[in-house]
Structure formats: C-alpha cells, structure tokens
Ligand binder design. Structure first.
Ligand code: CMC
Length: 427
C-alpha cells in the first residue's frame, strides 16, 4: 500500500490513500471517509478539493505554468493554431498534417446552424446582453440534434463536440449582429476558423469583407489562450451538469451562464470598463487605494487568480499581442499605457505583493478586442466561444471515466432543527 493520510474523528482513526498525479500536489482520497467516520469534509469554494481526475490541462500557479496535454501555453500560442489545439484537447496528441486537415474540414462542414435557430434571436430584446443570448441559443441547440443524444455512444459524443466547436462562432457572430441590427452573415467555408468568425461578425452583405491576416492571427491566438483551464468554475459547472447525464448542448449553456460572472469570464468586460473609468495614469493611485480598502467593493479587475500566485502566462502573451494588433491596424489606445502603468504600480505595492496578485488573462485582452472593433459586451462571448472546446473535452473525459458519479456535494446544515407546522391563523 502506498502513502496514506490519517484522520482521527471523535477518537476513531481511519486511513485514506494518498493519490499521486503525474505532476502537482498529492491528493488525499476521502471517498470512504463518510462511510468510515460519519463526517463530511468542509471546503466552500473548493480551495483544497480535487473534484475529478483529469489529463487535459495542468496549472502550476506558483510558477505561472499552464500546460495543455503537457504543452506550454506560450509554445502553443506562438507556434500552433486553434484548430490544432482543439484536436489536441479532444484527442490527447497533436495531429499529423493529414489528421489536422481532416479535423479542420469536419469542423468547417458543421459551421452552419439550422435556419430555424435564427428565430430564437428575434425573441430577445434588441438591447439584450449577448451573453444572455448565448445562454439561450446554445441551450436551444439541444432541441435540434436528436441524432446524437445517446451520450454513452462515443461517436455521438464526438459529433456533438464537433457541432459545438463549429457552431459556436456562428452563434456568437449572430448574437453580435442581432445587437447592432445588421443581417446575419452565413459562414464562408473557404476561410479559417478565426477568419470566418471575423467575417460573420464584421462583414455586411453590401461589401466584400477582407480578413486582415494579423488580426486573424491575433484572434486565433486569443482563442488558443482561452481554450481550456483545468477545473475552473464554468468547467466544473459543465461537468456537474453533465454528471446527471444531461444533453451536452444544455451542459455547455450552463457553462456559459457560469462564465458570465465578473469574477470569471466577465472580468474582461469589467476590466476594460474599469480602465475607461480610470482613464489617465494620474488617477491610478486613487483606484489602487480603493482596491485595497476592505470597505470598498471595488477590486482591480484583471488582477488576481485562485490558482496563479505568479504572473498568468496568458497575460504575457496577451500583452505582446496588443502591440502586434496595434501595429497591424495602425492604431493606438491610451488605455494601453494606463494598463501598463497600473500593472507597474500594483506590482510594486505591498498589498498586491503580499497577496500575490498579478495580472491575469483578462487584464490585456479587452484592449486587443476593443482595437479589433468588438464592443465590451462581446468580450465574454469570445471567451465562451474559445472555452467551448475545453468544456466539451472535459465533459467527454468525465463520461469516459468509470469512477465518475453524479456530482452531489453535501453540506454543513445550520438551519432550524425539526419543528411542527403552525397554521397561519396561529402564527
Ligand atoms: N483587487 C483587490 N484585491 C484582491 C483582488 C483584486 N483583483 N483579488 C483578490 N484580492 C484580495 C482579496 O480581497 C483577498 O484579500 P483578504 O485575504 O485580505 O480577504 C485576497 O486578495 C484573496 O482573494 P480571494 O477573493 O479570497 O481569492 P479567490 O481565489 O477567491 O478569488 C478572483 C480569485 C479571481 C475571483 C479574485 O482575484 C478577483 O476577484 N479578481 C478580479 C476579477 C478577475 O480578474 N477575474 C478573472 C480571473 S482569470 C479569468 C477566469 O478564469 O475567468
């Protein structure tokens, strides 16, 4: 028997096995603890709890390392393509040239959505947040594909995964088009995944849309940077929803709902709004003081992370990409200077040093997306688009795992103990 951890609960000693991953912290397997002791463990926010076994993504938060199937995110962002990263996440290995070609063709051939799906958009108010539209319309996909609802069949699961990855840019672009009152643009299968998305978003029937290669590259890189990120809140939501055997499109819609919050994917939108509010570098000290004040709900958006206690490696790539996009589009944004200065000031402030708060992926992404022409309300939609592959890869891994049960946490109950009902006239 390998290493064990000992628990003494009300005088009774029990041993729990310690599991070892290929890298990273050991994990105490407490699955039998309740049966052995009658006690639960308590970990709101899952700060010390591994909820599953996974071979997809690894983060070393102290060192600022992020690996997808073992490959560092910086190398993938520099040398790979989003299609290749999707293949890698779904299949475990990088594809050969022929495999990549075949996979790209399959995804491309699924980019159209059922024409009837367009009717869903009309049910939304014109000023609806595009994330609200995404939650609804992606959930609605579950009503369209009755040929792939048997989640115990790996082939059907694969088809659902391909459909989700292929259709999410089309739906995201439609959400944008609806919000600006322009006609939906159909996919053009001659274009790349990122190029197609840009054309469906910014193209109009009256004019030929030219994809700017540097912007297409930046878009593809942003998708790579967001592809997967271990057991974050939205991924855990997708897994929890899927653990009951729910339809994959509905599970991804649940993930989108969770991603929307400002502590998670909504931070990119909140971060750009914050930078706009700060405006010029001379206002930074005031906002730094607010972020440090416990009585003020203001937080520095795009800063801090549950896992990274060092610079988020994705933020480094993002910062570099800002300059590339600015050069390609020949634009400048004074907010970039404000962001750089804010980072510098925060990283030299004892509060941020002590709490190990560094820029995360969202700190610079908004500046790039804004330069490309996206309104802030679309930022989290782009995150959802890119994270869809991570969600389906994790969902699929969960279903293949024979030890996975329905997710059903327990609780520390602090409500009233049993009491008798009192009729309304006697209260
Ligand atoms: N500004 C000011 N103080 C902060 C910040 C911040 N951005 N982030 C954390 N802190 C403080 C927090 O007040 C707490 O202080 P204390 O120990 O005195 O109570 C300490 O740092 C630890 O923070 P926490 O909230 O307990 O940590 P957490 O792991 O629960 O939260 C977080 C992580 C990302 C929600 C949080 O850092 C945050 O709200 N950041 C701003 C939002 C943001 O940028 N989110 C994007 C995350 S990356 C993209 C993604 O995964 O979606």
């Amino acid at each position: 028997m390998g290493d064990t951890a000992k628990f003494i609960v009300e005088g009774k000693e029990v041993e729990s096995p310690i599991l070892k991953g290929s890298v990273g912290p050991d994990v105490i397997d407490i699955r039998k603890l309740y049966a052995q002791t009658g006690a639960f463990t308590y970990d709101p926010g899952f700060t010390s709890t591994a909820s599953c076994e996974s071979a997809l993504t690894y983060i070393d938060g102290d060192e600022g390392v992020l690996l997808h199937r073992g490959y560092p995110i910086g190398q993938l962002a520099e040398n790979s393509s989003f299609m290749e990263v999707c293949y890698l996440l779904l299949n475990g290995e990088l594809p050969s040239a022929a495999e990549l070609d075949g996979f790209t063709r399959t995804i491309t051939r699924h980019t159209m959505v059922h024409e009837q799906l367009s009717s869903f958009f009309k049910g939304f108010r014109r000023d609806a947040h595009p994330m609200a539209i995404m939650v609804g319309v992606v959930g609605a996909l579950s009503a369209f594909y009755h040929d792939s609802t048997d989640i115990s069949d790996p082939v059907q699961r694969r088809i659902s995964a391909h459909r989700l990855i292929a259709k999410i840019p089309t739906i995201a672009a439609m959400a944008y088009k609806y919000s600006v009152g322009q006609p939906f643009v159909y996919p053009d299968n001659k274009l790349s995944y990122a190029g197609n998305f840009l054309r469906m978003t910014f193209g109009v029937p009256a004019e030929e849309y030219e994809v700017v290669p540097a912007v297409e590259k930046a878009m593809d890189r942003i998708f790579i940077l967001h592809a997967d990120h271990e057991q974050n809140a939205s991924t855990s939501t997708v897994r929890l929803a899927g653990s009951s055997g729910a339809n994959p499109f509905a599970c991804v819609a649940a993930g989108i709902a969770c991603l929307w919050g400002p502590a998670h994917g909504g931070a990119n939108e909140a971060c750009l709004n914050m930078l706009r509010e700060i405006g010029t570098p001379d206002k930074i000290p005031h906002y730094i003081e607010r972020a440090k004040d416990k009585n003020d709900p203001f937080r520095l958006m795009g800063f801090g992370h549950r896992v990274y206690k060092n610079r988020d490696p994705r933020a480094t790539v993002m910062q570099k990409t800002v300059r590339e996009v600015f050069d390609a589009l020949n634009v400048q944004d004074p907010l970039f200077e404000t962001a750089l200065r804010l980072e510098e000031i925060a990283l030299n402030d004892p509060y941020f040093i002590e709490k190990k708060l560094f820029p995360n992926v969202d700190f610079y992404s908004g500046i790039i997306l804004s330069a490309i022409g996206f309104p802030t309300t679309m930022f989290t939609v782009l995150f959802a688009l890119a994270r869809t592959v991570g969600w389906v890869a994790q969902w699929n891994e969960m279903i293949e795992d024979p030890s996975q049960k329905i997710g059903r946490p327990r609780q520390l109950y602090t409500g009233p103990t049993q009491r008798d009902y009192v009729p309304v006239g006697q209260r």
